[in-house]
Design a protein around this ligand. Structure first.
Ligand SMILES: Cc1cc2nc3c(=O)[nH]c(=O)nc-3n(C[C@H](O)[C@H](O)[C@H](O)COP(=O)(O)OP(=O)(O)OC[C@H]3O[C@@H](n4cnc5c(N)ncnc54)[C@H](O)[C@@H]3O)c2cc1C
Length: 369
């Protein structure tokens, strides 16, 4: 069944909204995307697209500029000693693991949406109730009209006791590898980006609350002070940081209901996740594809119920895994940290494939097949 001529409004030109616009317009939908910013928001730092998200980009013919990750290395914070190395170059999964600027991802998806025939209305803060359409896709991110409006008893998001800085710094050629440096109560993730840049996300536990969101400037010296006892390589990176954003990390309960009548939520508007599995954008891409697939097969009410059925368990599993990683990276007691790192080292040496196999459920899942 084609979506020929069905009028579809999408709120938000982020990753979820643009991917949904492309997938729905390519199936014949008459798609309009409303974005409150005056143009596509090419803001943000680095983003990791894992094979499950890359599968959707490929199926949508979106081709953002990207580096293909060769390996992910877990390392101890002080000397930077290797704890576990996941070799990705052998391509266990059909699609690559990619590193890119969020702006390039948005550009690539925006071009794909336009090529598919989606139209854009910029500078409009859309109200879902006021839109004339057969279907309203709410993809406005974590601070917009979210699933909360279909789930009035949903508990409030809670501060995790963790804050994250993100920064991008210039760098010459670097191996396309992602590194996670684990220390007591802190960890730092770093990877290169296309065009000679390096992305840093640094997480610290602290009692004081910090606001959620992507745009809160902080002093680079605060970041440097928090990671002063990390390895010389990290200190050198942080010395080069000129501009930094700080945001609070919040745990959001996953709502039980993602749709109501003709409206459905996708991406962060439905299920924001902590960044510790780097899955926010990837789950948003998967949502977009599965929603379009369900709408192609069924009428709107059945399609929206099918979409939620297909997505919720997987999304919950990814979010639970991200929550657990926060604890695993931050072990404070030296003896416990040593034991955990030794177990990872031994496991990686004895059965290197087993460490990768643990992620088959996540990275090997291809919603487009
Ligand atoms: C400015 C910004 C920078 C980011 N930087 C990073 C980063 O550096 N690294 C990273 O990993 N992730 C980053 N993210 C988050 C990441 O892109 C998302 O978590 C993920 O891709 C899920 O995307 P989404 O489309 O659900 O939501 P978002 O990417 O948040 O997109 C939502 C879009 O909806 C628009 N919108 C909201 N309400 C309305 C309304 N009522 N009417 C019209 N438009 C509306 C917003 O302006 C926004 O463009 C950033 C997000 C934003 C908005």
């Amino acid at each position: 069944m084609s979506l020929d001529g069905r009028r579809i409004s999408i709120i938000g030109a982020g990753v979820a909204g643009l991917a949904a616009a492309t997938a729905l317009a390519r199936r014949g939908g008459d798609v309009v995307v409303y974005e409150r910013a005056s143009a596509l928001r090419a803001e943000g730092a680095g983003i990791q697209i894992s094979p499950n998200g890359a599968a959707v980009l490929s199926a949508l013919d979106a081709q953002p500029r990207a580096l293909e990750t060769r390996a992910i290395a877990l390392r101890d914070h002080r000397a930077g000693a290797g704890v576990l190395r996941l070799e990705l170059a052998r391509r266990r999964w059909r699609h690559p693991f990619l590193l890119m600027h969020r702006g390039d991802l948005i550009d690539g998806l925006g071009q794909a949406a336009q090529a598919a025939g989606a139209r854009f209305e910029f500078g409009v803060t859309a109200d879902p109730a006021a839109l004339e359409a057969e279907l309203v896709v709410m993809a406005g991110g974590v601070h917009a009209a979210t699933a909360r409006q279909f789930n009035h008893d949903l508990p409030a998001a809670s501060f995790t006791g963790q804050v994250a800085w993100r920064a991008v710094l210039p760098e010459g050629d670097a191996a396309p590898e992602a590194h996670v440096f684990m220390g007591p109560g802190r960890h730092l993730v770093s990877y290169p980006l296309p065009g000679g840049w390096r992305n840093i996300v640094a997480v610290e536990e602290r009692a004081a609350w910090a606001a959620e969101g992507w745009d809160h400037p902080d002093e680079p010296d605060n970041l440097r002070a928090a990671f002063a006892d990390f390895s010389p390589q990290i200190r050198a990176w942080l010395d080069a940081v000129e501009e930094v954003k700080l945001w609070g990390l919040f745990r959001h309960p996953v709502p039980t209901r993602w749709h109501d009548g003709r409206s459905v939520v996708i991406g962060d508007a439905a299920h924001p996740t902590l960044p510790f599995m780097a899955q926010g954008a990837n789950l948003a891409l998967e949502d977009a594809w599965v929603l379009a697939d369900c709408l192609q097969r069924h009428d709107v009410p059945v399609a929206l119920a099918a979409f939620q059925d297909k997505r919720r368990a997987r999304v919950c599993r990814a979010i639970t895994a991200a929550n657990a990683n926060a604890r695993n990276y931050h072990l404070r007691r030296p003896a416990l940290r040593l034991a955990a790192h030794t177990a990872l080292r031994l496991g990686g040496a004895i059965a290197p494939g087993a460490a990768l196999r643990r992620f088959d459920w996540l990275y090997g899942h291809d919603v487009t097949r």
